[in-house]
Design a protein around this ligand. Structure first.
Ligand SMILES: [Cu+2]
Length: 419
């Protein structure tokens, strides 16, 4: 345990330095013309994520350090008074609940540290493959900033049953339910971008849409768990497992897959196999819902989480069949990932050679040559003239205008970039 704590302290230190690097790079080292309102939403998402990490990881750092002191140097930050047979053995004066507070002050922002990058990737991929400008660019940035801010004032929703003052609990209920607003803004913006679009299907956009699906279906149970009156009934049951794995786990992993399928040609100069990608997507989304959706009902029936022993399931014989079904889907889901691994390594060496800009994307990385060169671009680094979402412009020769094309090179005045 001591080794674990020391490695946590080192990990947090390196995560902090990494986060500072992201923020400083985005603020100071943008190319010419790349104003903050011309940044791709992916970069915005990564930047906000880095800020979240910088502000929340130090608290875990302190928590881990205090725990290390408790274990190794005889302090008692987290040790409560000890009584044996009603007689005081040792007055420590510490509080185990303090560790929970410190942990969840990181723990909730951490949810968004995992999720926001995936939401950023989804914005980019959904807009590109829909051949439409992202709906509500500034609202997307604003909602990410609001989510980031709110994530620091909701941590108590993990602790409703710790004997917390009910008034304090209702404050956490209020702040938690507020998160639904920026989340809904993001969801409606994704849907509005997809609405009536000439969608160019690829495994990447399917995974991005799958992410949006999980963000909705997992987010809805977040409204239930964020309400203390409801949460107290299902706390530490499989309902929480279902919510958490759909909204954070699966969303983030689907964002990651979407990103890999989309940027694979940029990384390796070859295309991934589409058919295997589609097969991977459909088997994975089926097994994710098949695994986690039934867990809501097991949780409502009262089955606790975190028990491996059969005795925990005594009295729950009615759910054995559901549990078996969950196992089948979980195993199916695991095998489906083999398809991805095979596709990844096969395509890396044997995949079809990629053209420079296979998705007809506007962002800068696709203006670099397929064969990697030192510094990414052979000559000067590119200058930016417009935002990254000029897709499907009426009257344009092609249906996209990369960020490096000046306004003067687009035919009529109505082709100017929206900002
Ligand atoms: Cu939380």
């Amino acid at each position: 345990m001591t080794l674990w704590l020391v490695s946590m302290v080192l990990f947090i230190g390196s995560a902090l330095l990494g986060g500072i690097n992201y923020v400083v790079t985005v603020l100071n080292l943008r190319t010419k013309g790349m104003s903050m309102t011309r940044l791709p939403l992916t970069v915005w998402a990564f930047t906000i994520t880095a800020i979240l990490g910088i502000l929340s990881f130090p608290v875990l750092f302190a928590a881990a350090l205090l725990l290390l002191f408790d274990r190794s140097f005889g302090t008692s930050f987290y040790l409560s008074d000890i009584y044996i047979n009603g007689a005081p053995l040792h007055y420590s004066g510490g509080s185990p609940i303090l560790f929970q507070h410190l942990f969840w002050f990181l723990g909730h922002p951490e949810v968004y540290i995992v999720l926001l990058p995936a939401l950023g990737l989804a914005s980019e991929i959904i807009s590109t493959q829909s051949r439409k400008p992202i709906f509500g660019y500034k609202a997307m940035i604003g909602s990410m900033l609001v989510i980031a801010f709110l994530s620091f004032v909701v941590w108590g929703h993990h602790m409703f049953i710790t004997g917390m003052n009910p008034f304090l609990g209702s404050v956490f209920v209020f702040t938690t339910l507020l998160v639904a607003i920026p989340s809904a803004v993001k969801v409606f913006n994704y849907l509005a971008t997809l609405w009536k679009a000439n969608i160019v299907y690829s495994p990447a956009i399917l995974f991005a849409i799958g992410l949006v699906s999980f963000f909705i279906s997992g987010g809805l149970t977040g409204i239930i768990l964020g309400d203390s009156a409801l949460d107290i009934n299902v706390h530490d049951t499989y309902f929480v497992v279902a919510h958490f794995h759909i909204v954070m786990g699966s969303s983030a992993i689907f964002g990651m897959f979407a990103g890999i399928y989309h940027w694979f040609p940029r990384m390796f100069g070859r295309m991934m196999n589409r058919k295997l990608g589609y097969l991977h997507f459909w088997l994975t989304i089926l097994s994710v819902y098949g695994t986690f959706f039934p867990m809501h009902f097991i949780g409502l029936a009262g089955v606790p989480r975190r028990y491996y022993a059969n005795t925990a399931y005594e009295g729950f014989s009615g759910i054995i069949n559901i549990n078996s079904l969950i196992s089948v889907f979980a195993i199916l889901g695991a095998f489906a990932q083999l398809i991805f691994v095979i596709n990844f390594f096969y395509s890396m060496y044997r995949g079809k050679k990629a053209v420079q800009n296979p998705w007809k994307s506007n962002t800068l990385e696709w203006t670099a040559p397929v064969e990697h060169v030192h510094g990414n671009w052979p000559g000067e680094i590119p200058t930016v003239y417009r935002w990254p979402y000029d897709y499907g412009k009426p009257g344009a020769e092609d249906d996209f205008i990369p960020q490096t094309v000046p306004y003067s090179q687009t035919k009529s005045s109505n082709l100017e970039g929206e900002e």
